[in-house]
Design a protein. Structure first.
Length: 462
């Protein structure tokens, strides 16, 4: 078993002790929180370059998460920094639109099939919520439908109200969202039957976390249009990864509105909403026959240097075979992971799923999802210089050396996990298992009928 290369988290531990007294949650995205990582992990990242990052203690890691998928080319990628620096020298924010807003709009709309209009923003939640608002105005209906088995669409009330973390969301708002199973299109049809003429839109990702038959999302597209609702495709994760511009065209989907973000800015905060003119123009100032939708109005939505980043990212994708490189990296790691899982007899405990453009591990004990085993896997990979949170997303800067580091760390981590299966996972795990982002309470408060609760991290009470 190879030695651990990361053993010191002194500065990270100090950071953890201080940050929660200044920032609720310790971060500005719950998915980056301390409860999403092992106790033995970096508390914060100090810098990044290419496919690697360094923490506060100057530990070096191959980065498997890439800013929750936002970094598609690489950290501090030269051509993007050059474009941003050039625009910054000209100014970033003005009292009238920056001229680059139209330049990037033309570039982006040329890329997206069937899109007539675009609005830019800084947040994915901003554009998904704007899409929902447009759909309600266009149809005159109130209900929003989305899959119960897809992880996230927005931090706004229409989505968060449907989760366990719905504190602060009025019941009246919660009732306006209805959910279906994206793997079973009949459940979507059942929603339309149960709520005739009430569902304004269906918003869905084109591919589930664990891929299913493409026929399911294609049928959701057909059902939505047949029922007179607006079909919103969320390409926040799949954009610039499942295809260029996204997975929708690959699957021959015909969305009315599409939301974009993450990879299109290579870490800069560039998000977009595209769609049909007759829907998007409801948020304009020239339409005269319908009530004006107050769509997206943000001071920094047209920030010039972030749009410069978006233009530069698009040029890099058009100049290089970025997708081909990314998919090759995923395939190499997927094949190596499967070999290691088999080698260590973990077929019933670690599942590896590949979408071609992304890889996800599902850890199980006794047939159930195991946060403890997943955390142990993360702990052991992190200790060997691979920042891994249960999934891998590639960037253009990842290379053969990175692939070797990831696959070697995974093989050793599997050896440790196999020991844990035999002797008890928690005997090898330092600190608590990771916990769901969406949960009702931060601590078990004695409501669980089994105390102590044996399912911390998955229990619906906690």
């Amino acid at each position: 078993m190879s030695a651990k290369t990361v053993t010191c988290f002194e500065r990270s531990d100090q950071y953890r002790r201080e940050v929660h007294s200044r920032i609720p949650g310790g971060t500005h995205t719950y998915s980056k929180g301390d409860d999403q990582f092992p106790e033995l992990s970096p508390a914060a990242i100090a810098r990044g370059s290419g496919g690697r990052v360094w923490d506060l203690d100057d530990n070096e890691y191959v980065d498997c998460g890439l800013g929750l998928g936002a970094v598609s080319l690489g950290h501090a990628y030269g051509p993007i920094l050059e474009a941003v620096t050039e625009q910054l020298s000209l100014g970033s924010s003005f009292s009238r639109p920056a001229s680059i807003e139209l330049d990037f709009a033309n570039d982006f709309l040329t890329l997206v099939p069937g899109a007539d209009r675009v609005k830019f923003a800084r947040s994915g939640s901003t554009v998904t919520t704007a899409a929902v608002k447009l759909a309600r105005a266009y149809t005159g209906r109130d209900l929003v439908a989305f899959p119960i088995n897809q992880p996230f669409f927005s931090y706004d009330d229409w989505f968060v109200g449907s989760t366990l973390s719905n504190a602060g969301v009025p019941k009246s708002i919660q009732r306006l969202s209805v959910q279906y199973d994206s793997t079973q299109p009949d459940t979507l049809q059942d929603l339309f039957t149960a709520h005739p003429g009430q569902i304004a839109c269906v918003i869905t990702e084109p591919q589930d976390v664990i891929p299913v038959d493409a026929d399911a999302v294609q049928e959701a597209d057909r059902i939505t249009h047949r029922e007179g609702a607006v079909f919103i495709l969320d390409e926040m994760v799949t954009g610039y990864r499942g295809g260029l511009p996204g997975l929708g065209p690959v699957l021959s989907l015909e969305p009315d509105l599409v939301t974009w973000g993450k990879s299109i800015g290579n870490g800069f905060s560039v998000c977009a909403l595209t769609g049909r003119a007759d829907i998007m123009d409801l948020g304009g100032i020239e339409q005269e026959h319908s009530s004006k939708v107050f769509l997206i109005s943000t001071t920094h939505g047209g920030e010039a240097h972030t749009l410069a980043a978006g233009r530069a990212v698009l040029k890099e994708y058009q100049k290089h075979d970025v997708l081909g490189h990314q998919w090759m990296i995923v395939e190499a790691i997927y094949n190596a992971f499967r070999i290691s899982i088999s080698k260590h007899g973990l077929e019933e405990h670690i599942e590896v799923h590949s979408s071609g453009w992304r890889l996800i591990c599902v850890c199980k004990e006794e047939g159930d999802v195991s946060p403890a085993l997943r955390t142990l896997l993360m702990q052991e990979m992190i200790s060997r210089g691979v920042l891994f949170a249960g999934y891998f997303l590639p960037c253009f800067a990842h290379n053969e050396r990175d692939v070797e580091a990831i696959t070697q760390a995974f093989d050793v981590a599997c050896e440790v996990c196999a020991q844990g299966i035999r002797s008890g996972v928690r005997t090898l795990l330092i600190g608590p298992p990771t916990r769901p982002v969406f949960r009702r309470f931060n601590r078990c408060i004695g409501l669980c009928p089994r105390n102590p609760c044996p399912h911390i991290g998955t229990c619906q009470v906690t």
